[in-house]
Write a protein that binds this ligand. Structure first.
Ligand code: AMP
Ligand code: MG
Length: 360
């Protein structure tokens, strides 16, 4: 394959901007539970309402602007709690936990939609995105934080039960034909959730909103003053800092990276939560993080995980074949920043970066 790169250096991130950005980003840097807090602020531009909550194992911040802001945010928070009850593998009664326990379950429409999207992504990404990796994710201890390094024999035995084709989904019922198979939608469900929140905001006539679900950002419209939202991307080597930013309206901006969940083994090696479906080990693909910018939160979430597994070369090829659906920011383990051409007019960084592909 032939790559077309142009190389740029820009120094556009000012201190003031960074302060604003880190407000969005910092919530994703906090892994501890945070109590719910709400505030109403009257500005000269619009009424705003904001809530922090802890759900889906992460800190979330929802902010809406306009007269219905409070109702929109509170209804969104209820929706997030509802979806958590469906999707959380840790909640015994959740629909997905029931599917894993009994290998067959009648599922609500939300679960059917997410499972079907996950199956489609498995096909589209040639298996990089695989929601049947749960036995492996558990073996590493990522579900309980009782971390351990499974032996290669153990991983080989578990890999035999990670065939996504054992998952059969029809309009109301899902089944697992392998009695040792289990499903984990952690790589896609926050994106589905942010899409649902955006729908609620729109139904409440909100024209301006921004949410961060553990650092997965989705925006509705522009800022109330008509300017674009500035979303900071964490430096994978120093997640308290932003390495770059994108300016967007009506987009999901979703990042996957090893720094988001990992442990250091007794061997001093960092083991993280994004699994290479071929080996059952954390993916070491040459990437330090992948950010997807898309109209669709569920697609952005699924693809951030998938492109991380693929590594830079395959990820850029995938973008070339699907460029109408998303753009991407790839940060390699040697700190190169590569953006796809659709972002060239809305991307800023103090560091050098490469632009991949031609602008359409
Ligand atoms: P994300 O933070 O969106 O990249 O999702 C990572 C989470 O997705 C992990 O914590 C696992 O629950 C799950 N996961 C890990 N590897 C994969 C994979 N290759 N395909 C799909 N889901 C995965
Ligand atoms: Mg994901």
């Amino acid at each position: 394959m032939k790559y077309h790169f142009s190389h740029r250096r820009r120094c556009h991130i000012t201190g003031g901007m960074l302060l604003l950005l880190c407000c969005v980003v910092l919530s994703s840097c906090t892994s501890t539970a945070q109590s719910s807090a709400a505030s109403i602020a009257n500005t000269d531009i619009a009424t705003s309402y904001s809530t922090d909550l802890f759900a889906m194992d992460t800190v979330m911040t929802l902010t809406a602007y306009g007269t219905n802001a409070q109702t929109a945010v509170e209804t969104s928070a209820e929706e997030i709690q509802r979806l958590e009850q469906i999707f959380s593998t840790n909640l015994e009664d959740s629909a997905i936990a029931q599917l894993n326990a009994h290998k067959t379950a009648q599922l609500p429409e939300d679960a059917i939609t997410v499972l079907q999207t996950a199956l489609q992504l498995y096909d589209d990404t040639e298996g990089a995105f695989n929601v049947a990796l749960y036995p492996i994710v558990k073996a590493w201890g990522f579900t309980t934080e009782n971390y351990r390094i499974p032996s290669s024999e153990e991983l080989a035995a578990l890999l035999r039960h990670t065939d996504v084709n054992s998952l059969i989904v029809n309009s109301e019922i899902a089944q697992l034909s392998d009695s040792a198979a289990e499903i984990d939608l952690g790589g896609i469900v926050k994106g589905y959730t942010s899409d649902q929140v955006m729908q609620i905001m729109a139904q409440q006539n909100i024209q301006s909103a921004v949410i961060s679900l553990g650092g997965n950002v989705q925006t509705l419209g522009t800022k109330p003053d008509g300017s674009l939202w500035r979303v900071g991307i964490q430096d994978p080597d120093n997640p308290d800092e932003c390495i770059c930013l994108v300016e967007v309206a009506d987009k999901a901006v979703i990042t996957s990276g090893p720094y988001q969940r990992y442990f250091i083994g007794e061997d001093g090696v960092r083991y993280h939560h994004i699994i290479n479906p071929q080996t059952g080990a954390p993916a070491e693909s040459g990437l330090a993080s992948v950010t997807i910018v898309s109209d669709s939160g569920i697609l952005a979430d699924g693809l951030s995980t998938s492109l991380f597994v693929m590594g830079p070369e395959q990820a850029l090829q995938y973008w070339q074949e699907h460029r109408q659906n998303f753009d991407a920011i790839l940060i390699t383990t040697d700190r190169q920043i590569i953006i796809t051409a659709g972002l060239s007019d809305c991307f800023q960084s103090d560091s050098d970066y490469y632009v991949f592909g031609e602008q359409s």
